[in-house]
Design a protein around this ligand. Structure first.
Ligand code: ATP
Ligand code: MG
Length: 374
């Protein structure tokens, strides 16, 4: 599903721009702070329904302007499509093919992209939240039901935690309503956990192959879904088992949870255990192995998406090449050969194939002539 073009008005440091992309590799070149990542953020906004940098909408509107408008032209499902987003003073409007959507999240799944930025290289080293984020972004783009369940879960979790924290001042409110939230958490966990388990199994297959090809290493990676509610991975495929276990834990240990002031079990405690030859990659993997595994997970995300949807997602690579050593870089460039990639770089990169180069300066984007390394 190639991106054809993006048009921006008063988005970040861009007053007005329309940038066109080729179906192969597109390179955004420019010095620091010129608007390279801003452009990827704009494109990915359509895939994710929010800023990948966690920015609030007001931060996305150009300083001094009151309204930001974005339009993305892309091809998906065998036809040309257009999505548009507009923000102004807390109000927003979203359209897909000129039909007004009620919420940003309804856009998710229409246009699919995989983002890779330097922070993702520490996906293995970081805490569980980073790995849950990886799963959520990947699965949401494939299953609208998943994103809906996640939003309901997170809302219920906030409400339940609020009740637990206020338990002393307001024991009655807790007693009357906590069960509703516990049931809601269990209900949504029964959607989320099986989907995460299935996805982790897909990741394991794809990432293990990519890891071996990329590094030539014999150490075999394994990825295991770990539900945050004491249920062995295999049983997490069964929604009823998940529902029952989560609800059981949330009703049996309320005193402990009041003491902690938070919900102690559920999918907000999930993780993916990642190992190499049976040993935790986080504890024992070398820096290089950890980075290769992280890269393999991201490439796997693209592969799984392509298999499930029948269309290759767009790869967005922010400043990643300069972070990689020669062999991983070479592997990545080979992988790039038959898909659309939009990548940013500060320095000139040499490419073994034709690329569409766009110069970035002060929020303006200028296409250069196509280049080929001699
Ligand atoms: P680097 O190579 O350092 O990553 P970059 O080209 O990716 O640089 P961006 O992150 O795209 O840089 O752009 C950063 C610039 O955008 C900064 O100068 C920042 O001040 C500016 N900027 C961010 N938000 C806004 C906004 N709402 N209005 C105007 N300018 C903004
Ligand atoms: Mg940047």
């Amino acid at each position: 599903m190639p991106v054809r073009a993006i048009a921006l008005t008063d988005f970040r440091n861009v007053a007005s721009a329309e940038v066109h992309f080729g179906e192969g590799v597109n390179i955004l070149v420019g010095s620091n702070a010129q608007g390279k990542t801003n452009l990827l953020e704009a494109i990915y906004l359509f895939a994710l329904g929010k800023s990948f940098r966690g920015a609030k909408e007001a931060e996305l509107v150009r300083f001094g302007a009151s309204l930001a408008a974005l339009r993305l032209d892309f091809s998906a499902g065998g036809r040309e499509q257009t999505a548009a987003i507009r923000f102004s003073g807390g109000r927003r409007s979203v359209e897909l093919n000129r039909v007004r959507l009620r919420r940003m999240s309804e856009l998710v799944g229409a246009f699919r992209a995989v983002l890779f930025c330097p922070e993702h290289l520490s996906l293995i080293k970081e805490g569980p939240a980073a790995r849950r984020g990886y799963l959520d972004i990947a699965i949401s783009q494939q299953r609208p039901m998943y994103l809906q369940a996640l939003q309901r879960y997170n809302l219920a979790l906030r409400e339940r935690n609020k009740l637990l924290k206020q338990a002393e001042e307001n024991p009655r409110l807790l007693r009357d309503t906590v069960d509703l939230w516990s049931a809601q958490l269990a209900e949504q966990a029964a959607v989320i956990a099986p989907a995460r388990l299935a996805y982790v199994r897909e990741v394991e297959q794809a990432a293990a192959r990519i890891f071996a090809e990329m590094t030539g290493e014999r150490e075999l990676p394994a990825f295991t879904y770990q539900g945050g509610f004491h249920l062995e991975a295999d049983r997490c495929a069964d929604p009823a088992a998940v529902r029952e276990r989560v609800y059981g834990l949330l009703t049996a240990h309320l005193d402990r949870e009041i003491g902690a002031g938070s919900t102690l079990w559920g999918v907000h405690r999930d993780d993916i255990a990642i190992s190499l030859n049976g040993r935790s990659a986080r504890l024992y993997g070398s820096q290089g192995q950890q980075r290769s595994l992280a890269l393999a997970m991201k490439l796997a995300e693209g592969e799984i998406c392509a298999r499930l949807t029948g269309e290759k997602p767009v790869f967005l690579f922010d400043d990643v090449l300069s972070e990689l050593d020669a062999s991983r870089r070479a592997y990545l460039l080979r992988e790039f050969a038959d898909r659309q990639v939009i990548m940013t770089t500060c320095e000139g990169v040499e490419f073994p194939f034709e690329a569409h180069v766009v110069g970035v300066e002060g929020g303006t984007y200028t296409p250069h002539t196509h280049t080929r390394e001699e």
